[in-house]
Design a protein around this ligand. Structure first.
Ligand SMILES: *Cc1c(COP(=O)(O)O)cnc(C)c1O
Length: 223
């Protein structure tokens, strides 16, 4: 399935006036698809499998900004720590500790988003709302000197009920606004919205959307 260039251009022209950044989610898709968008000037790509990301980063242009958007296991942080641009799914203090440790080894600061669990489904990862508020207000984040917390990420329920999605996005935006008053300057990114719900997410305050299937077509996991 070819990359949908027209869709890409229409999404970009929709996002630019609102200052929303597009992360093109290329998981399971071949390098040629990434290069097609790269040749149009796109640099921000999202992956959620460590091995796949490491392979792609090794073989594709070095000025790509790789966003890790999946669930990250602590024992795999070391593989992406040398080059990852932004880790979206940080969902435990154990993971914060490990990212900090690997960032120190690489002599760099790694940008991260804390993931908040906003969906009704049990399966989605993330801190609960109360836990994240406690973590942010506790001041404990300051001990991770090689991590810069740039904002929050969340995934709404797998649902087409706009009132449910609205409720979930609004609660994330509210947590984000509160956290921003505590954390100040670098805390500016609210990553919410995917192919099916990004327009609603933007209306409710998102400034970073992660879009895969609208650009690259449906994913085939059977291969
Ligand atoms: C796969 C994925 C996306 C993109 O999903 P689409 O519905 O294809 O746009 C966004 N965010 C995360 C965390 C993902 O894993």
């Amino acid at each position: 399935m070819p990359v949908n260039i027209e869709k890409y251009q229409s999404i970009i022209s929709e996002l630019n006036p609102n200052k929303v950044q597009l992360i093109a989610v290329s998981k399971t898709k071949p390098n040629e698809d990434i290069i097609e968008l790269y040749n149009l000037g796109h640099r921000a790509f999202g992956e959620n499998y460590v091995q796949e990301l490491v392979d792609k980063a090794a073989s594709l242009p070095k000025d790509i900004h790789w966003h890790f958007i999946g669930h990250l296991q602590s024992n795999k942080v070391k593989y992406i720590a040398p080059f990852v641009h932004l880790i979206h799914g940080v969902d435990s203090e154990k993971l914060l500790q490990e990212i900090n440790k690997q960032a120190i080894k690489q002599n760099r600061v790694i940008d991260c988003l804390l993931q908040v669990h906003i969906a009704t489904e049990e399966t989605k990862f993330g801190f609960d709302a109360e836990d994240i508020q406690e973590l942010i207000q506790s001041g404990r984040l300051a001990q991770y000197a090689n991590i810069r917390i740039k904002g929050l990420m969340g995934m709404a329920s797998f649902s087409d009920d706009p009132s449910l999605l609205t409720k979930e996005f609004m609660s994330l935006k509210q947590i984000f606004d509160q956290a921003a008053t505590h954390l100040g300057n670098p805390f500016t990114i609210l990553s919410m919205g995917m192919s099916s719900d990004y327009a609603l997410a933007i209306r409710l305050g998102s400034n970073m959307v992660r879009i895969g299937s609208l650009l690259f077509g449906a994913r085939n996991y059977s291969k």
